[in-house]
Design a protein around this ligand. Structure first.
Ligand code: HEM
Length: 506
């Protein structure tokens, strides 16, 4: 009996030693592996994070403000965690240059998002398509065919007609308060829809329904879907109806766009009457396959959606904030009015795009608006395709990259008196927004930079010049207070509509 007990003791002791040995080997292996994957790496400074959520709770409803405050504490490059997604946020011109110039190829991909995938035909558009041959072909169609200077020029009648309609509507309000925010939204929707599909989207019996759909589309496109960052919480989107909403919007949008394509294919007379629009051009490429580009019907619909998403709110936001700042700064408004009125003084009220070329102050007012109220403050996120080194820190492959262009536009290292709205700062300066001056990148830069700059600027300049030339502006009795709060979204608009009184100038 005692022998049996002794034998059992030996077996248990051996099992224990064996287990301890295995645990020790595992521990050494895991420690080595961890050290290999992060230990030797010099990662950017990180604020403290919560389990599961990481730093998501610190973003708030206006993340560009909160990330700016965090950067003041942790520096111009920070490593955060959005749920399980490591995210580097940069807030200085030097760091932005390293991402969008020095390492542009590494950061030329976009992060995947379930909402984008569902709404944009499995990322078949330009703005979220993964970096590669398909995206290169689409981007080249955008730059060379849809949004080239020549093409933008060919839409001048659309811009002029829509600007004239806006002026008429402002004039009709007399001494009452005009809701400029609403008018700018409508104007940009009309300009973009006419350029993209050849007619105003709000025309026809389903017009109002479509505008509501477009509003919803833009809203969900800018939503952070919790499941993309914390996969274990993706059930929340199913329970709260978000997934079903995205599904409905995608279906309704597809129905609308299919109707547009059918209309253009079946009725060439429509095409002749309104000239070539984006759908015509894309259909031509699709049917002829001439440039060796493989786009299909879904690509066409996805690109048109990109134009709606990227071209409407972004552009009207600039007008909204420019007029806001002009109302707050009557001396700047007067200086702008003097310039515009002087250029067109011998003409019967009609401002042409040639006149605009002579309006230097107009251009710097718009530049200052883009600096001070950067429409898309965090630009569009990128993702690292390989390991990279930014500002001496390691950024591992797969890290999401965000650039706080709004904070960079207010960085005292780059700008004198950055918190002052002061267009004159640009008068004797060569700083421009084309993506070469990294202290001023409202349109991004590098391979993934915005191809719609000319389209946006042509409309902004024409509308603003007309508004200040034809009207004197003030805040009315009913709209004295100028609330400067911002509304959350991809493009940061005013939280409350801009109301003002425009008196006809003779
Ligand atoms: C004031 C107006 C606009 C602003 C502030 C703006 C801003 C931006 C920004 C910040 C990006 C991301 C750039 C990057 O990752 O470096 C972008 C990309 C893009 N924008 Fe714009 N945009 C404007 C108007 C437009 C217009 C009018 C269009 C088309 C009609 C347009 C089409 C696009 C497209 C297709 C992309 C994706 C490019 C790519 O991923 O390769 N944008 N825009």
């Amino acid at each position: 009996m005692s022998k049996i007990l002794q034998k059992m003791d030996e077996i248990l002791l051996n099992a224990f030693v064996f287990q301890a040995l295995i645990s020790l080997i595992l521990l050494i292996f895991i420690t080595k592996w961890l050290r290999k994957s992060t230990g030797n790496k010099k990662l950017p400074p990180s604020p403290r994070k919560l389990p599961i959520l990481g730093n998501l709770h610190q973003l708030g409803s206006l993340p560009h403000h909160n990330l700016h405050s965090m950067a003041k504490k942790h520096g111009p490059i920070m490593l955060l965690h959005f749920g399980s997604v490591p995210t580097v946020v940069v807030s200085s011109a030097a760091a932005a240059r390293e991402i969008m110039k020095t390492n542009d190829l590494i950061f030329s991909d976009r992060p995947d998002s379930s909402v984008n995938r569902r709404l944009l035909y499995d990322n078949k558009d330009v703005s979220v398509a993964p970096y590669g041959e398909y995206w290169r072909q689409l981007k080249s169609i955008c730059v060379l065919q849809l949004l080239s200077n020549k093409r933008v020029q060919s839409f001048h009648e659309i811009r002029e007609e829509e600007t004239e309609i806006l002026m008429k509507r402002v004039g009709e309000e007399g001494s009452g308060c005009v809701n400029l925010s609403h008018m700018f939204t409508q104007l940009m929707n009309d300009v973009v829809c006419r350029s993209a599909i050849g007619r105003k989207c709000r025309e026809g019996e389903d017009g109002e329904k479509f505008l509501q759909l477009l509003r919803e589309f833009l809203e969900v496109l800018g939503t952070i879907s919790i499941g993309d960052f914390v996969p274990s919480l993706s059930w929340i989107n199913r329970i709260n109806g978000f997934d079903a909403r995205v599904e409905r919007i995608a279906r309704d949008m597809d129905e609308f766009l299919e109707g547009v394509i059918r209309e253009r294919l079946q009725n060439p007379a429509v095409k002749k009457k309104n000239g070539e629009n984006f759908v015509d051009i894309l259909l031509h490429i699709y049917q002829s396959n001439s440039v060796g580009v493989s786009i299909d019907r879904d690509s066409i619909k996805a690109i048109i959606l990109d134009v709606f998403a990227a071209g409407t709110d972004t552009t009207s936001t600039v007008l909204e904030w420019a007029m806001t700042e002009l109302l707050r700064h009557p001396i700047i408004l007067k200086k702008l009015q003097d310039e515009v009125r002087e250029v067109v003084k011998d003409k019967q009220n009609k401002i042409t795009e040639k006149d605009i070329e002579k309006m230097h102050y107009l251009k710097v007012v718009i530049k200052e608006t883009l600096r001070y109220h950067t429409p898309i403050p965090l630009l569009v996120p990128r993702i690292a395709r390989e390991d990279a080194k930014i500002m001496g820190y390691d950024v591992p492959v797969g890290t999401m990259m965000m650039t706080n262009a709004w904070a960079i536009g207010r960085d005292p290292d780059s700008w004198d008196e950055p918190e002052r709205f002061y267009p004159d700062r640009f008068l004797n300066s060569s700083i421009d927004f084309q993506g070469l001056d990294f202290e001023f990148i409202p349109f991004g830069a590098g391979r993934r930079g915005c191809p719609g700059i000319s389209f946006a600027m042509a409309t902004n300049e024409l509308v603003l010049a007309n508004l200040v030339q034809k009207f004197d502006w003030k805040l009315g009795d009913e709209c004295k207070e100028l609330d400067m709060s911002e509304r959350p979204g991809v493009a940061i608009r005013r939280a409350v509509p801009l109301l003002a009184v425009g008196t006809q100038y003779h």
